[in-house]
Design a binder for this molecule. Structure first.
Ligand SMILES: Nc1ncnc2c1ncn2[C@@H]1O[C@H](COP(=O)(O)OP(=O)(O)O)[C@@H](O)[C@H]1O
Ligand SMILES: [Mg+2]
Length: 271
C-alpha cells in the first residue's frame, strides 16, 4: 500500500487533474485506488462528477472531526464509488472550517494519518489531492504520505514556491514522518508550440534534476483536459485518444516502474 500526496501550494498547476488521471490510470492497471479530496474547494470531488459537494454527507471533514473527537468510524463511511472503478473520499466547504479548528487540536498533524490507517487495508494506492496552501491539511497529507508528487506548470518558473515546498517537506521528514520521500516533479500543461514552455521544462530539470527525480513524461496542454473537469470522468473515459490521455497513461506507468525499482533495489538509480 502506498499513499501519495499531490502537493504544490500554487493553485492551477494540475494537482486535481493529476489526481483524477493518475487515480484512473492506476485503476486501469488493476490497482485498487482511493482518492482523497483534501481541498475545501472540492475540485476533485466535482471533477469526479459530484457537482454539489456541499450536499454530500459525510465528507472528509465529518470523518476527521470524528477522529478528533476520538469516536470510532467505520471504514466505508462516506466513501463514494466512481464508475471508472476508483473510490473517492469527497470534500466540501466544511473542510476549510475544520482546517482552522485543527490548529487547536491535539495531534493536529496526524489526524488524516489516523483516518487513513482505518481505511487503507482495502487499497493499493491512496492519492491525496492537496489544497493550494501549506496549511494544516497539507501538513496532514505530508504526514500521512509515503510519497509526494509535485506538479509544476510549464509556463512559469516555480523557483521560490518550490524552495518553500521542499523546505516544508524536509521539515516534515525530520519532525513528523521519516518515511516521506519525494517521488518526483511532474511538468504539466506543456505547450508543444512554444519554446518558452520547453525552456521552463529544461530549467526545472537543470535546477532540480540532480536532487529530485523529474518524471520523464510531461503532460501536454489540451483543450480536452480542461473540459474533462465538467464531465465527471477521467481523460481516459472522456477523450481516450488524446495526447493528454496517452501522457497520463505513460506517467502512470512511470510511477509504477519507479515503485518496482525502489522495492527491488535499495540503490535504485531512479531517485
Ligand atoms: N493538461 C492540461 N491541459 C489543459 N488544461 C489543463 C490541463 N491540466 C489541467 N488543466 C486545467 O487547468 C486548471 C487547473 O488545473 P487543476 O488540476 O485544477 O490544478 P490545481 O489542482 O493545481 O489547482 C483547470 O481548469 C484544469 O481543467
Ligand atoms: Mg486542485
Amino acid at each position: 500500500m502506498q499513499t501519495i500526496a499531490i502537493v504544490n501550494q500554487k493553485g492551477g498547476v494540475g494537482k486535481s487533474t493529476t489526481a483524477v488521471n493518475l487515480g484512473a490510470g492506476l485503476t486501469r492497471q488493476g490497482k485498487k485506488v482511493l482518492l482523497i479530496d483534501a481541498d475545501g474547494q472540492a475540485n476533485l470531488t466535482e471533477m469526479l462528477g459530484w457537482q454539489q459537494p456541499d450536499e454530500l454527507s459525510p465528507t472528509l471533514a465529518t470523518l476527521l472531526e470524528q477522529i478528533i473527537a476520538d469516536r470510532p468510524i467505520s471504514p466505508q463511511d462516506g466513501i463514494l464509488h466512481h464508475k471508472e472503478g476508483m473510490d473517492l473520499m469527497p470534500a466540501n466547504i466544511e473542510l476549510s472550517g475544520l482546517e482552522v479548528s485543527l490548529v487547536n487540536t491535539m495531534s493536529r498533524e496526524t489526524v488524516l494519518r489516523t483516518y487513513l490507517s482505518e481505511v487503507k487495508r482495502s487499497y493499493d494506492y491512496i492519492l491525496i489531492d492537496c489544497s493550494p496552501s501549506l496549511g494544516m491539511l497539507t501538513l496532514n497529507a505530508l504526514t500521512a504520505a509515503d510519497k509526494v508528487i509535485i506538479p509544476v506548470q510549464s509556463h512559469y518558473l516555480p523557483v521560490k514556491g518550490l524552495e518553500q515546498l521542499l523546505k516544508t517537506v524536509s521539515k516534515v521528514q525530520r519532525q513528523l514522518n521519516g518515511n516521506l520521500q519525494i517521488s518526483g516533479i511532474l511538468i504539466t500543461m506543456v505547450e508543444g508550440r512554444t519554446n518558452f514552455s520547453k525552456d521552463i521544462s529544461q530549467l526545472v530539470r537543470q535546477a532540480y534534476g540532480r536532487d529530485i527525480h523529474v518524471f520523464e513524461t510531461e503532460i501536454p496542454r489540451g483543450i480536452k483536459a480542461a473540459e474533462m473537469s465538467a464531465e465527471g470522468a477521467s481523460i481516459f473515459a472522456f477523450e481516450p485518444r488524446s495526447a493528454v490521455a496517452s501522457a497520463y497513461e505513460q506517467f502512470t506507468k512511470e510511477v509504477l516502474q519507479h515503485e518496482k525499482c525502489r522495492e527491488k533495489h535499495s540503490d535504485c538509480q531512479l531517485r
